[in-house]
Design a protein around this ligand. Structure first.
Ligand code: ADP
Length: 480
């Protein structure tokens, strides 16, 4: 891995503006999932360093929150620009530790940077309210203030964007942050911290702790200083963190698992739907929480859709994401590969047909697959797959497919393709999801509210709503 700016390869924790080893000297290897070789050994911290980072964030808070929004925005804007200027290095780090193809990694860097830019702009527009008084001598106002010290815990599948869409609004709102990145992808997080330092974000405002997840999580959730936790990851861990946060009644943002339906009605543009399915399903080798997980195809177009999708999937180039032209990289680890393979075997043992791909390849790779004749009894229908398998379910009418699509505890992203305008509204309103892609397989951007309902989480990230999660409103009642 040859970075243009070698300073971006940081292997120490970033606490209070200092680059630090773990107190006990512990380190953890970061593994390239494509080559299964270690890339770097990163300081692996625990409870003690977490307490220090919380104290640093608390100490930095008064000066940071008393800056004007414009001053904070200028620093964030500088951070944004440095991320853009170092896109190639950040993408290379991301591909090396997370496995996604370089082209996708570059896309993620731009997406990640956009949250910093957007919230730098939003910082200046945190308007309050003046409320007509309830008595002649009363004047009532609402002001909005940053909630205080925030904690963030992020996953490996978007090593940059899941960080910036928390740190962007938090810092813009005048909060400080302690972040624990995923153990698989700490290098991208530490490179972002390096750029924050270079941008002039003051010591203690943004701290990064690669380390022991459970231990760090316990200290962050138990701390009365930490007023908010923002987590992106699995529903099981989200529930655990919510329980742990109950004792100090923290504000929570939780972006958890999904089980996205992708419905193609008989009036859809089939080629557009195939295109959308390719984008939604195979991005990051199927390892995103908004990837199409269950594809419901109307009976009358099922065979045509299946064969068009299969012929596109057969052409996907699999390999090390650092190589030019690769479209599908490895899965993050062997456990992930085994889970996807187990789902595939369960499906075929219950009557599904693999029409393309599916075979495990060397290391952590597998061939992207399309399965037909998939039914609700198969685990593919119930569990998030997080891998490059498209299971095609058959349906005959609208009511039936809405019921099947909603038959899950999850409610993050959903997609459907149709042209009848009444149907578009009916289905969009009936889907129990936080997000609905209509005739598109790509819905994520910084200006729109990302988030789920049901067991997919709490809160929204991005958009004008995203910063609200980092603000408290304060009501002022003034007697004159
Ligand atoms: P994934 O399947 O994406 O790895 P996880 O929910 O296990 O999903 O991980 C998401 C993030 O949560 C990672 O940073 C991981 O280290 C962290 N994590 C996992 N378990 C815990 C826990 N018990 N307490 C705090 N953080 C945790």
């Amino acid at each position: 891995m040859q970075l243009a700016n070698p300073e971006l390869l940081q292997t120490q924790a970033y606490i209070d503006g200092q680059w630090r080893d773990a107190c006990n000297g512990e380190r953890l290897d970061v593994i390239n999932p494509a080559t299964e070789q270690p890339i770097a050994a990163v300081a692996f911290v625990g409870a003690g360093e977490t307490a220090q980072a919380i104290a640093a964030a608390e100490k930095a808070l008064p000066a940071w929150r008393s800056k004007t929004a414009k001053e904070r925005a200028q620093l964030l804007r500088r951070w944004y620009q440095l991320i853009i200027d170092n896109s190639d290095d950040l993408a290379l780090l991301m591909t090396s530790e997370g496995g996604k193809p370089l082209q996708e990694a570059k896309g993620e860097v731009a997406y990640a940077a956009s949250f910093i830019e957007w919230f730098a702009e939003e910082a200046k527009r945190l308007y309050g309210d003046v409320i007509p008084g309830h008595q002649a001598d009363k004047r009532l106002l609402v002001i909005k203030q940053g909630i205080g010290v925030c904690a963030a815990i992020t996953p490996w599948n978007f090593p940059a964007a899941m960080i910036t869409r928390k740190a962007g609004p938090a810092l813009a709102a005048g909060c400080t942050m302690v972040l624990k990145p995923a153990e698989q992808t700490p290098l991208t997080a530490l490179a972002l911290a390096k750029l924050a330092e270079q941008a002039g974000i003051p010591a203690g405002v943004f701290n990064v702790l690669p380390g022991h997840a459970i231990e760090i999580g316990q200290v962050l959730t138990a701390s009365p200083v930490v007023r908010k936790l923002s987590f992106t990851g699995s529903t099981a861990v989200g529930i655990k963190l919510m329980q742990q946060s109950a004792a100090t009644l923290k504000k929570l943002s939780l972006e958890l698992g999904g089980n996205a339906p992708f419905i193609v009605f008989d009036d859809a543009d089939i080629d557009a739907a195939v295109e959308g399915a390719m984008l939604s399903k195979y991005r990051n080798a199927g390892q995103t929480c908004v990837c199409a997980n269950r594809l419901y195809i109307h009976d009358s177009i099922y065979d045509e859709f299946a064969s068009k999708l299969a012929s596109k999937v057969a052409q996907l180039k699999i390999g090390n994401g650092a190589e030019a032209g690769v479209e599908v990289g490895p899965l993050i680890d062997v456990k992930a590969l085994e889970k996807v393979q187990a789902q595939l075997q369960d499906a075929t043992s219950k009557g599904a047909r693999v029409i393309v791909g599916g075979a495990p390849l060397q290391g952590r790779f597998m061939q992207p697959a399309v399965l037909t004749e998939v039914t609700a009894e198969m685990t593919l229908a119930k569990e998030e797959t997080f891998g490059p398998i498209a299971p095609l379910f058959r349906f005959k009418d609208e009511q039936e497919v809405i019921q099947m699509a909603n038959d899950t505890e999850f409610g993050l992203a959903s997609y459907f393709y149709a042209r009848d305008l009444s149907r578009v509204w009916r289905v969009a309103e009936a889907l129990e999801y936080g997000m609905v892609g209509i005739n598109t397989g790509l819905i994520s951007n910084e200006v729109a509210p990302f988030g789920g309902v049901k067991e997919s989480g709490l809160g929204r990230e991005g958009s004008k709503y995203g910063i609200e999660d980092y603000l408290e409103m304060k009501y002022l009642c003034m007697s004159i």
